[in-house]
Each structure stands twice: as structure tokens, then as C-alpha cells.
Design a protein around this ligand. Structure first.
Ligand code: FPP
Length: 272
């Protein structure tokens, strides 16, 4: 199991080990160009490709993308259908490429609501890529953070009914959460200008650094990812401790800050 940020002080790597993204702004990107919303989602898929490649190139080990929330079913039926088509297309066309590039694919969420073809494509893609280790790409589809905690709790109670008045420990629940195979995200990015978590990884984001950008998802490229990483590297990740405690545990080498963009310091290194 990976370290829990509330039970222990995890590593704070200079390059985030796990990046989680809410890809927002496809519709507005299209609207500004007088295009249908679908065109924005199509360009969004291209931005997904770019993000995967950038993460592989930068040695990021886990990338988690919020593709479809449990609340997105509220959108007009034809937009939902188009998003499903894009998802199916990506699962059929992109997975072989991902496999060749060492990407392991995982899909999290309440998949029972998808049609059986999508469910079997997901199963096949996960099986095909299961042994890859370069990047774990997780797609959250029909996912909600509250759903995740509740499904974990229900499965735990079914497997190991706790004593009637016995407490449930965090470590008991952790293996049942959808992302038990991954460390908690170091960096969360939301594009599109909103400052919300929107029922994404509620449990897992406990100590994640939260980065919001006005850039619309179809415009999100290598440069914007690097800006987010530079911002992350300037954060002091205290995990509940004081700044002095963090400094005391530091191993910062002299002169390292010179490599960073103006206004940032390599404070994430101090408790690495
Ligand atoms: C948010 O933009 C985007 C989504 C709800 C869907 C994201 C989907 C993709 C990028 C394509 C499919 C993904 C994969 C992994 C194949 P919005 O429509 O809410 O934009 P708006 O806020 O500007 O209206």
C-alpha cells in the first residue's frame, strides 16, 4: 500500500509522482470559435494525448483524468452520446499506442451504467496494458468522490463486518478505494477557470497541492503543464507540520533555486 498523507508524512517529490486533472473548458473553447461543443471535446482528446506524452517524458508515474463525472449524465442526451463515442473511439484506437509506449490503463468509476460494449472494451484495455510500468493512466468515468468512499465502505463491511460499535480505521478502508493502487496525487490541476473539486477524488486529495488555471482544456499543452509543475515545486508541503519542522528535516542543496522560474523556490525538496 502507498503511504497515507494523514497517517504518515509521505515523500514530496520534486516532479509530482501523481498528477490528477479536471479537464474543463471544452465547451467554451468551441463556443469562442462558433463551433459545436463536440468540436471542443474532440480537441480535448488531442489535449489528452499531449498530456499523456508530456507525463511520460517528464517521468510522472501516474496521471488521472476526470473524463466523465457521475453528474455529467445531467447533460443533454446528445452530448452524453457524443462523449461516449469519443471514449469508445479512444479505447479502440489509442490503447494499442498506449501499450506500445508502456502506459497502463485503469478506468475507475461506477462502470455498470455504461453499455456492455464499453464495459468489455475497458476490461480488454486494462488486461492488455496491465503489465506496463512507465505511466499509469487512470480515466475517471461515471466517477464521483462520494460514490468512491461509499462503495469502499460497503465492500469493506461486506467482506469484514466490523464489531457493532467498533471503529473503522482508515487503513481498513484504503484497500477498497478505487485508486488503492496509486499514491495520493501530489498535484491537482483544474483548467477552465473554476475553483472547485467537483466531487473528484475527495478522499485522495487530502494533502494534494491544488492548481487552477484559466486556460481551457483544449489549449492545455506542454508549456502550461510545466507552469503547473513549476508552481508545485514552489510549494512548501508541510503535511500538518510547521515550516520550521519542515526546514529542520531538509536536505536542500545550496544554489538549487537558481534553476527555478523567478518567484519560486525548491521547497518541495526539503522533506523528500
Ligand atoms: C469539460 O468541458 C469536459 C468534459 C466534461 C469531458 C472531458 C472529455 C474529454 C476531454 C474527451 C474524452 C476523454 C477521454 C479520456 C477519451 P465542458 O464541456 O464542461 O466545458 P465548458 O465548461 O466550457 O462547457
Amino acid at each position: 500500500m502507498h503511504k497515507s498523507s494523514t497517517l504518515a508524512v509521505p515523500d514530496a517529490p520534486e516532479i509530482p509522482r501523481h498528477v490528477a486533472i479536471i479537464m474543463d473548458g471544452n465547451g467554451r473553447w468551441a463556443k469562442r470559435r462558433h463551433l459545436p461543443r463536440f468540436a471542443g471535446h474532440q480537441r480535448g482528446v488531442e489535449a489528452v494525448r499531449t498530456a499523456i506524452k508530456c507525463c511520460v517524458d517528464r517521468g510522472i508515474e501516474y496521471l488521472t483524468l476526470f473524463a466523465f463525472s457521475s453528474e455529467n449524465w445531467r447533460r443533454p442526451a446528445e452530448e452524453v452520446a457524443l462523449l461516449m463515442e469519443l471514449f469508445t473511439g479512444a479505447l479502440t484506437k489509442e490503447v494499442v499506442k498506449m501499450h506500445r509506449n508502456g502506459v497502463r490503463l485503469r478506468v475507475i468509476g461506477d462502470l455498470g451504467r455504461f453499455d456492455s460494449r464499453i464495459q468489455s472494451l475497458i476490461g480488454e484495455a486494462e488486461r492488455m496494458t496491465a503489465g506496463n510500468t512507465r505511466l499509469t493512466l487512470t480515466i475517471a468515468a461515471n466517477y464521483g468522490g462520494r460514490w468512491d468512499v461509499l462503495q469502499a465502505l460497503s465492500r469493506l463491511v461486506k467482506d469484514k463486518p466490523p464489531a457493532a460499535d467498533g471503529p473503522i480505521a482508515e487503513a481498513d478502508l484504503a484497500p477498497y478505494l478505487s485508486m488503492s493502487y496509486a499514491p495520493e496525487p501530489d498535484l491537482f490541476i483544474r483548467t477552465g477557470g473554476e475553483h472547485r473539486i467537483s466531487n473528484f477524488l475527495l478522499w485522495q486529495l487530502a494533502y494534494t497541492e491544488l492548481y487552477f488555471t484559466d486556460a481551457l482544456w483544449p489549449d492545455f499543452d506542454a508549456e502550461l503543464l510545466d507552469q503547473a509543475i513549476a508552481w508545485y515545486r514552489g510549494r512548501e508541503r508541510r503535511f500538518g507540520r510547521t515550516s520550521e519542522q519542515v526546514e529542520a528535516g531538509g536536505r536542500q542543496k545550496k544554489g538549487e533555486d537558481a534553476e527555478l522560474p523567478a518567484g519560486t523556490s525548491r521547497r518541495t525538496r526539503v522533506n523528500a
